[in-house]
Each structure stands twice: as structure tokens, then as C-alpha cells.
Design a protein around this ligand. Sequence first.
Ligand SMILES: N[C@@H](CCC(=O)N[C@@H](CS)C(=O)NCC(=O)O)C(=O)O
Length: 240
Amino acid sequence: MFDLYYWTTPNGHKITIFLEEAGLAYNIKPVNIGKGEQFKAEFLTVSPNNRIPALVDHAPTGGGKPIAVFESGAILLYLAEKTGQFLSRDLRGRTEAIQWLFWQMGNLGPMAGQNNHFSNYAADKIPYAMDRYRNEVNRLYGVLNRRLADRAFVAGDYSIADMAIYPWIVPHERQGQKIDDFPQVKRWLETIQARPAVMRAYEKAKAVNPSQGGIRTSEERAILFGQTAASVDRAAAQAR
Ligand SMILES: N[C@@H](CCC(=O)N[C@@H](CS)C(=O)NCC(=O)O)C(=O)O
């Protein structure tokens, strides 16, 4: 029913977690972002921002043409609404979960991404940038830790908010964070890690990308870093 355009990164894991949790059938279409497959014409029609993940639902509720969705938060919401799972129907519960979903999308994801870039990938080690993003991620871990102090999951029952946040906490060491400084986050992390569906989602990642390596070669760096409107136009035209 679903095609999932996917690579083995935190934003990709969010969606395999949902699909595994809900027991939905899906077909993975790997998009190797280190090889530039995010610029292929087929992919750009479903994901105009040339980023994974993207989802195509071939059997939308109510029928009609397939629906394509990009942006991991929008995909999680789409799936939650379609299946009636992992998002409270109660106004207050739903509003809380959506707030924390957007907190991940607008804060933890982008800041952890920049943190990873400046600390692990950038050839120039710029202390100001490294400190700025590591500290901001540290602040966000603190926000999450406080949120989890009196509840099992971030917003009521286990929800799409937890699914969005979890893959960005898994690489805490790479983010320069000490998980023991955040005991509530650690407890929550371990609880989610032990869920069979989450294990299956990460197993899927190993099957799709056995090396699980980060960005290693100069070709990969050239594709991923320094993209501008012009380079994206060029790459997209070449891929056609
Ligand atoms: N806000 C987007 C971010 C997606 C994103 O940054 N995806 C990365 C992998 S985690 C990607 O596709 N990178 C390809 C590139 O940088 O060219 C979402 O949550 O879906």
C-alpha cells in the first residue's frame, strides 16, 4: 500500500518505526543520499525538497489518486490520522503530542543536524559553531528531561511525538551529550529501544545499508554539503 522513500538516517527511522509499530505493509525505495539519489527525477516528484523521507500512499482513505507526502513530521501525522493510531483523539492529548512533534521538527532535528555537521563533518573545525550547536542540543536534552520527569512518554501514551524524537536521541554520543546527565531521557530511551517494532525498524536499516557508515568519501561530501539552488537544479537536470 505504501512506498517509503528512505535512507538509514534519523528522519528515515521515524517512519519505519511507525510502519512497524502499526504493522502496515510497505515497500522501501532506498534513496542513497551519499550517492545523490535524492536528485533523481522520480524522487523529486514526491519530495521537492530533495530530502528523505517521503511516502506514497497508493490506497488513500476515500479512494482516488495516490497521495505523496514529504517532511517526516507531516508523514507521521498523515499515518496517525489514516490509521487512528499513536495520536490521541482527545483535543488536549492531541494538541500536546503535536506540540512535541513540532518541537522535534523545529528544534531538536535541525540543531542536532547542525551540531553533527560542525562537530563531525566540517573540515574546518570552528569552535564557535561547534559550541553553539552542542550547547543548544544540550539545552534541548534538558527540556526533554524535564518534560519526562513525571510521565512515561512525552505526551500521554507512546505517540508519534516519541517516534519523532527517539531517533535523534539514539546518537547522543555523536552529539557530544552525556546521557547519564539526563536520567529521564535515558529511561525513556531504553524503554523505546526495547520495543520489538523499534528493533525491527533498526534491523531494516541494516538490511538496506549494511555498512551503516556516515559520510566518508569526498564524492559524498561534495554531494551533501554546499548545495545551493543552482547545484540542486544542475543535479536534478543531470538525473533526468
Ligand atoms: N525536515 C526534514 C528533514 C529531512 C532531511 O534532512 N533528510 C536528510 C537525511 S536525515 C536528507 O535527505 N539529506 C539529503 C541531503 O542533504 O541532500 C524531515 O524531517 O523530513
